[in-house]
Design a protein around this ligand. Structure first.
Ligand code: ZN
Length: 261
């Protein structure tokens, strides 16, 4: 069965900025999904911020093996209930890929638990992306380095937790460097952050970039059934302990109660 990918697009600059609309006439999300759909092992669909519940209904998330998220100008418009639903799906086993300015997307910040800040400059600089983990599945089929002629600069320090593995680092013409491909595990879900993709440049038409995203989809896909309640924290009463124990000392809680959340 094909991996079901949902590409979430903010879809603001594609409609409001002529340069972006010229590069991505059907939206960045469609370009990303179309590239993925060339692989017979992937079935990608798109949703946008403007859809009801931003397209992130419980039903859609249940039918999503890997979620790809691109946002920039309207992070604050994403409803907190939707953020919580997306994070819960990740903790339950859904894969998630956050692209470029999604470093400040609400679900990414919630999953990272850190400021996710960085330095930046919009000057059309050359970006040279170096592979730092040759045998990593996300780097499969890629050269040791490749270049994007025009990109926005993102520079260290990048305010994220140490990743499981750094798959790429980027160098920019102005001298900055950036950890541009990072893997995480959050609950049962695999998470990948990939840096390139400023909307005024044709980055998502680049074959290497498309390859990275396809590889990341396959890496992040967790074929195991989704956990039913990834946030469950059940009380285990004394008489249900695996070994016989005797209750000692004062207590605050009753057997089997929900506890404080
Ligand atoms: Zn950008």
């Amino acid at each position: 069965m094909a991996i079901r990918v949902t590409v979430w697009g903010e879809n603001v600059h594609e409609r409001e900025n002529k340069v972006v609309a010229g590069i991505y006439p059907n939206g960045m999300h469609s370009t990303i999904a179309d590239a993925l759909n060339r692989d017979p092992g992937v079935a990608a669909s798109t949703v946008t911020l403007q859809d009801p519940e931003h397209g992130m209904t419980a039903e859609k998330l249940a039918q999503t093996d890997v979620l790809i998220w691109w946002g920039h100008a309207a992070h604050g418009d994403v409803a907190d209930t939707v953020v919580e639903r997306v994070c819960d799906a990740v903790w339950s086993g859904m894969g998630a890929i956050f692209l470029h300015s999604a470093h400040f997307a609400k679900p990414f910040k919630r999953l990272m638990g850190s400021p996710c800040n960085l330095t930046w400059r919009e000057a059309g600089e050359r970006e040279r992306i170096w592979l730092t983990s040759r045998s990593h599945p996300i780097a499969a089929g890629l050269p040791d380095h490749f270049e994007l002629e025009n990109e926005e600069m993102y520079g260290e320090p990048f305010g994220v937790p140490d990743p499981m593995e750094t798959v790429f680092v980027s160098w920019f013409q102005g001298g900055e460097v950036f950890r541009s491909g990072l893997t995480y595990k959050r609950g049962a879900g695999s998470v990948f952050y990939f840096r390139p993709g400023h909307e005024t440049y044709p980055t998502y038409h680049n074959a290497h970039v498309q390859r990275v995203i396809l590889n990341a989809v396959k890496w992040a896909h967790n074929p195991a059934p989704r956990l039913v309640d990834a946030s469950a924290a059940p009380n285990v009463p004394v008489d249900k302990a695996l070994e016989p124990i005797e209750e000692r000392g004062p207590r605050l809680h009753h057997d089997g109660e929900e506890g404080f959340r």
